[in-house]
Design a protein around this ligand. Structure first.
Ligand code: MF3
Ligand code: CO
Length: 253
């Protein structure tokens, strides 16, 4: 069942997502060669609690597998769900996906950015730019009367126009009183298919693109998803409310 949100609930979700956005801006400022992902996780958690919110991912339980940190920090060939560690040191030329969520007054916020560490290759910049543009195209299609497939197809068109592979094993999702709600929001699909979008839906749209093949696998830690071919991957995400006027990005940076 898809839970529609009233305007006052969307306002609370806007506050939740503003906290997420503030943390992601702080991540952009903190990321540089020599910083550890453990330090980033600490900053994210402290900022969240100082704002009266709770980190959404810490303790997140998928059938007994419990996520141990506040931030997901995924470096280079890591696609999503990289676990921060005090021994993981950022190097010049890396890219790091920072994915963060909070719960505030009973509602969730969720967003992600991929950040370059110092100067990165042109190809990597193209990967990041294309992933961001794919997200923007998906957001643009998220309007009342459109269908989920329109969002998916818009993302896919941008990704494939630039020859990057779309990760299929993870998808976007509805968000609200739970971190993951219906509907699923795939990053590939056909226009004019799927459920009809309505005012009051809130979607976390989150394309993940790879330089090489689309296949991913989960490492022995039970969380970190990496590309099977070792190629680089980028991830951007926004939580977006569908209102009468069109898409309203709640997690504006
Ligand atoms: N943004 C991701 C998602 O929407 C992060 C989830 S990490 C987890 O699925 F630890 F909470 F699973
Ligand atoms: Co998400």
């Amino acid at each position: 069942m898809i839970m529609l949100k009233r305007p006052e609930e969307i306002e609370i979700m806007r506050v939740a997502n503003r906290i997420v956005a503030e943390v992601l801006v702080a991540m952009k400022e903190a990321v540089r060669p020599g910083v550890t992902t453990g330090e980033l996780d600490h900053i994210a958690e402290e900022m969240t609690r100082a704002r009266g919110a709770v980190p959404a991912f810490k303790g997140y339980d998928v059938g007994g597998r419990v996520y141990p940190a506040s931030l997901c920090a995924s470096i280079n060939d890591e696609v999503v769900h990289g676990i921060p560690s005090p021994s993981r040191v950022l190097q010049e030329g890396d890219i790091i996906g920072c994915d963060f969520g909070v719960c505030y007054k009973g509602f969730y916020g969720d967003a992600a950015v991929t950040i370059p560490v110092g100067a990165v290759d042109e190809k990597i910049q193209d990967l990041m730019r294309t992933t961001r543009e794919a997200l923007e195209a998906g957001i643009e299609a998220a309007r009342p009367g459109q269908r989920i497939g329109d969002v998916s197809a818009a993302i896919q068109a941008v990704a494939e126009s630039r020859d990057f592979a779309i990760v299929r094993d993870f998808v976007g999702h509805g968000i609200g009183r739970r971190l993951h709600e219906e509907p699923q929001v795939p990053n590939f699909g056909r226009a004019d298919r799927g459920i009809r979008l309505r005012e009051g839906m809130v979607l976390a749209i989150e394309p993940m693109l790879n330089v090489g093949g689309p296949e991913v696998e989960v490492k022995e830690d039970g969380w970190t998803a990496v590309t099977c071919d070792g190629s680089l991957s980028a991830h951007f995400e926004h939580s977006v409310a569908i209102v009468e006027q069109g898409p309203m990005v709640l997690s504006v940076l």
